[in-house]
Ligand binder design. Structure first.
Ligand SMILES: CC(=O)SCCNC(=O)CCNC(=O)[C@H](O)C(C)(C)COP(=O)(O)OP(=O)(O)OC[C@H]1O[C@@H](n2cnc3c(N)ncnc32)[C@H](O)[C@@H]1OP(=O)(O)O
Ligand SMILES: CC(C)C(=O)C(=O)O
Length: 566
């Protein structure tokens, strides 16, 4: 029997819900976010955070704008207890932030949780017990009534504990752990039993937190469960409904989003989805999803890099380069057609900063998360002329004409294939220089002079080395034409300029003009060259000479022979 056997599993039952309404809804504002990094995230780490690491993470969460933070399970471990005491005693909790602690529904643990919270201005005491059939049977060995009794007793201990500290504003939270694997009518029954202890209808703030402790179904099923629960809960209007999804099927964010459409007011999750197994719901992703739809996420995520850095330092977990919105590579294009479209899209936006963002392949402006554009286009063997041109423009202020970009992109492509990996902007520029700009001394123009004679231009050019100068003179309708003529007359070189472009350069390049020429030379070959010069004429003449030299032209004739041939 093959152990990879799907018959050991079964389909998750659908919720019968002909009155399903959530698919037609839209999100209009962010839910209340509750970070559980310091509890659910922490309990899943190989090395749970030290007090100092928790402190750094807490400060980050506060800076990001979280107003509710589950700071630990103080009854479970001394560092968790100490951390809660520290932030209370050192008054590290801002006025508008409420801390939350988790406890099992066990009297000694509830008591210890209150001991940790002594003196806090405001707090959420979160009590839980599992309710699914598997947990009832296998963990508690109890029937539905027995498990309900655990929840009710837990609620009573929470209420009694709070009564001992009336100076604190308490919110009570109950989680029927494994809610999404629990019969819906039983989940409602047990939550109503807890509410009958806490009396939210009399003003006691109460949160019912509905977890997909292990994600076992598609997100639409979870949304149905939430809508069903909200529809059937007596006193729904007196409680906040929270969701706490996990990522076992990779859909924690989707499940939380649909749950909000289905009626949830509040969402628990962690940065980068850290948490048990495949993790918790990733608040960064969900918040950025809202942001990218034009909604205020009510969190400041602009310090993207600091968030990744502190998270990595405190948790010891890595951020995947493909992580939605925050991964190192998520605003990077290596592939040619993407680069071409990004370059055109960014150019299209010039001067329209306030316009709605619509750049191909970039769902948001990377600068919003502190990313710079340098990282957007990177070159490897999958890249094309658009990307190569973009890098030269971006980093060196050099714009290549289309025909030359095409030619250069083949040069870069060959280099990337040979070194099988990414090529840096500096390497690209070095290739550009060695292929197009570098010239042989014989083809160096020393000086030139132009004279007008009616419609014609007469060019006098001195080229070659200082030791062996060659003087050429020719006539044409422009400077380049006159040079071509001079080469025939003085050097017996028959060249045709196939492509030519020149333009003035922007500030910062050190030269004021750039010219690009492709020439074909009779009995030699075809080549392209680029020249930078003080003025456009100098650059133009030099680019033609360099290309002729590169094509392999040989100075064959004396001036008189050339004249005979002409
Ligand atoms: C889905 C979640 O993330 S829930 C949060 C889980 N987080 C953690 O567990 C992290 C911190 N936990 C701990 O350090 C420990 O579990 C402690 C300190 C809380 C408790 O430790 P211990 O008492 O030694 O044991 P343990 O956790 O194994 O307890 C299991 C017992 O508690 C019972 N129990 C488990 N959960 C609950 C609950 N929520 N409410 C009441 N009883 C519970 C179990 O049925 C079991 O009872 P049994 O001993 O009669 O069989
Ligand atoms: C305690 C509860 C909310 C929990 O962490 C879970 O079910 O995953």
């Amino acid at each position: 029997m093959n152990s990879f056997n799907h018959r050991r599993y079964r389909a998750f039952p659908a919720v019968h819900k002909p009155d399903r309404r959530w698919p037609n809804r839209r999100m209009h504002h962010a839910p209340t976010w509750t970070s559980v990094d310091l509890r659910d995230g922490n309990q899943a780490l190989v090395s749970p955070m030290s007090v100092a690491q928790k402190m750094e993470m807490f400060d980050l969460l506060v800076r990001m704008g979280f107003k509710e933070i589950e700071v630990g399970f103080p009854a479970a471990s001394q560092p968790d207890f100490d951390f809660v005491r520290k932030i209370i005693e050192e008054k590290r909790i801002p006025e508008d932030v409420t801390i939350q602690v988790l406890t099992q529904a066990r009297e000694n643990l509830v008591e210890r949780s209150y001991a940790a919270l002594q003196g806090v201005q405001r707090a959420i005491v979160h009590v839980y017990n599992s309710t699914s059939p598997a947990q009832r049977e296998q963990v508690f060995g109890l029937d539905k009534e027995g498990v309900k009794a655990i929840a009710v007793r837990g609620a009573e201990w929470v209420k009694a504990g709070a009564a001992r500290f009336p100076e604190t504003r308490w919110t009570f939270q109950y989680s029927p752990e494994s809610f999404s694997n629990t019969e819906l009518d039983y989940a409602v029954e047990i939550c109503e039993a807890v509410m009958s202890v806490w009396h939210p209808e009399e003003g006691q703030p109460v949160i019912l937190n509905l977890p997909a402790t292990v994600e076992s179904a598609m997100p639409n099923v979870f949304a149905d469960q939430i809508e069903w629960f909200c529809d059937h809960l007596r006193g729904r209007e007196h409680v906040k409904i929270s969701v706490h999804t996990h990522n076992d099927r990779g859909c924690a964010v989707a499940a939380a989003e649909l749950a909000v459409l289905a009626g949830a007011d509040r969402v628990e999750g962690t940065l980068f989805g850290n948490g048990e197994r495949t993790g918790n719901m990733d608040i960064l992703t969900m918040a950025m999803n809202l942001y990218s739809q034009g909604l205020d996420p009510k969190l400041d995520l602009s310090m993207g890099e600091a968030i990744s850095e502190i998270y990595t330092r405190c948790t010891g977990m890595a951020v995947s380069p493909r992580h939605p919105w925050f991964g190192e590579l998520v605003y990077t294009a290596f592939s040619g057609s993407h680069q071409d479209a990004i370059r055109k899209g960014i150019n299209h936006r010039q001067g329209q900063d306030a316009a709605v963002w619509e750049v191909p392949y970039l769902p948001i402006d990377p600068a919003d998360l502190g990313r710079n554009y340098e990282a957007v286009v990177r070159i490897n063997s999958q890249s094309g002329k658009g990307g190569v041109s973009h890098v030269l423009e971006r980093d060196y202020g050099i714009s290549l004409p289309r025909w030359l970009a095409q030619e250069f992109s083949a040069v870069v492509q060959k280099a990337t294939e040979e070194q099988s990996g990414e090529i840096t902007a500096k390497q690209i520029y070095a290739l550009f220089e060695s292929h197009f700009v570098k010239r042989n001394g014989d083809w160096q123009m020393q000086r030139y002079r132009l004279q007008r004679e009616g419609e014609k231009v007469i060019a006098s050019v001195v080229m070659g080395t200082e030791a062996h100068p060659r003087i050429l003179q020719g006539k044409g309708s422009g400077a380049v034409g006159a040079l071509v003529d001079a080469l025939i007359q003085g050097a017996g070189i028959y060249a045709e300029v196939e492509q030519f472009d020149q333009h003035a350069l922007g500030a910062g390049t050190g030269a004021r003009a750039m010219a690009c020429a492709r020439v074909s030379v009779e009995s030699a070959g075809t080549a392209s060259a680029v020249s930078f010069g003080e003025d456009t004429t100098e650059a133009a003449l030099q680019s033609v000479l360099s290309a002729i030299g590169k094509a392999g032209a040989v100075v064959r004739l004396h001036q008189n022979d050339a004249q005979k041939r002409g």
